[in-house]
Every structure is written in C-alpha cells, then in structure tokens.
Design a protein around this ligand. Structure first.
Ligand code: 6MZ
Length: 352
C-alpha cells in the first residue's frame, strides 16, 4: 500500500499523471443519489415483459433521448409493469445493476403508484420496493448500502401527493426511506402548488431534494427562485440559471445532483465540456454525478463519471474529491464515515 502511495506521489510531484482508466473508475466506490427506479429498468427486461403481455413497443421512442422523449418512455414503462411481481423483479435488478457498477451507497427514488388495471395498490407498490431493498441490504449490505427517496410526481394531482405523504408517515421508522424527491414533468404544474406539502414533510423530519431549472424559460426561472428560496437539502439538475440564481445557490451552499447524459440531451449541448459542472466543481461546491434514468439515457454510473473525467481531464485527486463531495451530500449521514473510509482506502491502495 505504502509503495503505491509513494509511487503516485512521486509521479504527481514530477508532473506525470496518467489519464484515469475506465477500469479504475468502474472499480471505485461510487455514490448514486439521483436514479428513478422505473427509469432504470433494464431494456431487455422491459421488452421481455412487454412481449409476454403482448404490449406493442414502438422502438423509435428510444431514439429521442430528450426530456420530452423521456416522458413517453416513462408512460410505456408504467404501462408494461402491470403486476407486483414486475415491480419486485425490476427493483431487484436495478439494485443488482448499481451494485455491479461498484456503487457503495445508493439512494434510489420512485413514485408510489397504484396500477390502473387494479392489480396493485399504492401501498403494495411501496411495500414491495421497500421489501426488495431490505432483502438486498441483508445480502449485500457490506458491498452497497441502499436507501429510498419517495418521489412526488408533479404530473399527478396534489391529493395523490398528500395520500403518499400520509402513507409514508406511517413507515417513518423503517430506516430505508430517507427523504422526498419532487420530480415529474415541469410543464404540468408549479412548485408553489406543492410547497405546503413539502414543508409538512420537512417538518416531519424528511430531507427534501427538488428537481430544479431542468428546462429553459422565464416561467421556469421564476419557479427556480421559489425552489431555491425553499432551501431544499439538495437540488436536482440545475441546468438553466442566471447570475442571481447562481449566486444564491452558491451562497446557500445547496448541494447539486448532476446527471451529465440526461442534462446533455435536455440542454442540447454540443459536447459535455459545456456542462455546468465546471461552474460548480472548480469553485468547491458540493456536487455529484448520477445516471437519472439508465434505461432512457442508455447509461450507467461508471460512464457518467468517465465521460466527465474525459470532458474535463480530471486528475485522480479531482476524481477523489468528487466522490468525497458526493459522500458529504448523502441523506443518511450515519453512513458517511464508513463511506469516506472506503473512498480513502480505494485511492490509497488501488493503482490506476
Ligand atoms: C423529471 C423525472 C425525470 O418514479 O416511476 N423522472 N422527472 N425529470 C427527469 N429527467 C429526465 N426522470 C424521471 O420513475 C419514473 C418517474 O420519475 C420521474 C418522472 O415522474 C417519471 O415518471 P418512477 O420510479
């Protein structure tokens, strides 16, 4: 261990730092904080279940990897996963996929929902996801710790969000749910309509993360100020902002969950080097990198890190700093010391 440490230090002292390899990034203990369960279904599983249920899948929707296209993929996924056993299978597979990417700590999020065909209730849906996470914890907890964020979908009525909150208040002490996420199609409603409910959740002790400034436009900019003024524990995406909004987020020091590939398509970037990562990372802001929806954006957490490492030519120390910052923004702070220990060990013992 000491020799590797010495070797790396000598190299960096004489200015020879090797570009990080994909293998080094894949094996590193990574942290995923922004992944939507149904957006992360394996494509193969989706097609297989659809075929079994004789649901026709229009493959062309997978070519449109922008936010509008993403929402048509979600409707398809919700339409295909009609049975509780599908939810169980997908939950297990998604957990396995993140584990196999060497994620050390995962916060998975999902919108509790009933099936339109009446095959499961919202409570059954949520209990199934929690049950799969608990089983996973027992079996693989030493490799990957998994927690759940309950999503409030702004495309669904407020009453739906209220019934979700009432339900999770009963489950407060299960050690799996660590917070609430506010997501969904930004054009469907306003943050203000849900603000009171989110405040209620916060008073009940839930941490809050909110999708913000995902789309461009004056109305979304105004809304972003409302969201930032609410002071959520974390922000998701934060693609579009002006100087005032940027300064506010910097000053309040609200951590940002960035999703490079998803943001790339939503913002319509020419290259990832345009990503707003640069306006936060080099200022020391607390940020992390995530997949958002592995199925929709055809990605994984290694790629999300590796692409940004390449786009910004990040060094090993910068990569480590990124992971340490990610560990500072996890909602289950009790796990932080162990997570940081795993990160430190990896960088002091592994060779790039
Ligand atoms: C906003 C998103 C999203 O909850 O059924 N979702 N909301 N922006 C995004 N960026 C592209 N990606 C996913 O997972 C799918 C749901 O997550 C939200 C949407 O509400 C979508 O229906 P669950 O597990």
């Amino acid at each position: 261990k000491y020799l590797i440490y010495l070797y790396k230090n000598i190299l960096s002292m004489i200015g020879i730092t090797k570009a990080l390899t994909q293998d080094f990034v894949r094996k590193a203990p990574k942290i995923e904080l922004h992944a939507h369960l149904n957006g992360c279904v394996r494509r193969q599983t989706l097609f297989e279940i659809a075929q079994r249920k004789q649901i026709n899948v229009d493959l062309s929707i997978f070519d449109l990897r922008n936010i509008k296209g993403a929402f048509s993929i979600f409707s398809l996924i919700h339409q295909v996963l009609r049975d509780l056993q599908d939810i169980r299978r997908v939950s297990r597979e998604v957990l396995e996929d993140f584990r196999d990417q060497n994620v050390a700590y995962l916060e998975l999020r999902t919108t509790p929902k009933s099936c339109e065909l009446g095959t499961y209730t919202k409570e059954q849906y949520l209990n199934t996801v929690i049950d799969e996470i608990q089983k996973f914890q027992q079996q693989y907890g030493d490799k990957m710790q998994a927690r759940l964020l309950v999503s409030i979908d702004r495309g669904r009525p407020l009453e739906d969000a209220q019934s979700t909150l009432n339900h999770i208040l009963k489950l407060k002490n299960n050690n799996i749910i660590v917070g609430l996420d506010f997501s969904g199609n930004p054009s469907k409603s306003t943050f203000k309509e849900y603000e009171q409910l989110l405040e209620q959740a916060r008073k009940e002790g839930f941490k809050i993360t909110i999708h913000v400034a995902e789309l461009e436009g004056e109305e979304y900019l105004q809304e972003s100020f409302d969201i930032v003024n609410f002071k959520p524990d974390r922000l998701g995406h934060f693609n579009f902002y002006n100087q005032d909004l940027y300064s506010k987020v910097r000053q309040l020091n609200i951590p940002i969950e960035m999703c490079p590939t998803s943001n790339f398509y939503t913002v319509n970037m020419k290259s990832l080097s345009e990503h707003h990562f640069k306006e936060f990372f080099y200022q020391g802001h607390t940020i992390n990198l995530n997949t958002d929806d592995t199925c929709v954006f055809d990605t994984d957490i290694t790629q999300e890190h590796f692409k940004m490492i390449q786009a910004f030519n990040l060094s090993e120390d910068e990569f480590k700093s990124l992971l340490v910052r990610s560990s500072n923004m996890i909602f289950d702070q009790a796990y932080k010391p162990l997570l940081q220990q795993r990160i430190n060990e990896y960088f002091s013992t592994s060779k790039n």
